[in-house]
Design a protein around this ligand. Sequence first.
Ligand SMILES: [Zn+2]
Length: 142
Amino acid sequence: MKIAKRFRWEGAHRLPWHDGPCRDLHGHSYEMFVEVEGELDDKGLLMDFKHLKRALMPLIDAWDHSTLVATNDTELLGVMKDTGWRHAVLPYDTTAENICIFVADYLITSSRDLLLERKVHTVRVRVSETETCYAEAVRTLG
Ligand SMILES: [Zn+2]
């Protein structure tokens, strides 16, 4: 059985090495589906949606109307620190693919006991920067 919850946030980012328009600071209306897959309990429940929301809202609250900055983008990090503009740091480049990986790992790290208790074995995170494309990461719980 799978269940999924949708999250949305408005955010800015850039990919300084990109050879197109993603090189400069720009924004997206991000949409993200976080899907968990596992076994139903005897009541027919996989996992309460509110637990997914509770686990991930700290990230969404930090990222909404904020700029995601990669740790290696020292130029942009400098601007954020000099201006005091709202930002959040990602440990790697801020591609949709890496955001998927970050969120999947964050959920598993922050909620491992709950996920195992609910017999969840797989987490999928799908992130869209635009209506026509998405990236997806899959993580399994050991
Ligand atoms: Zn972008």
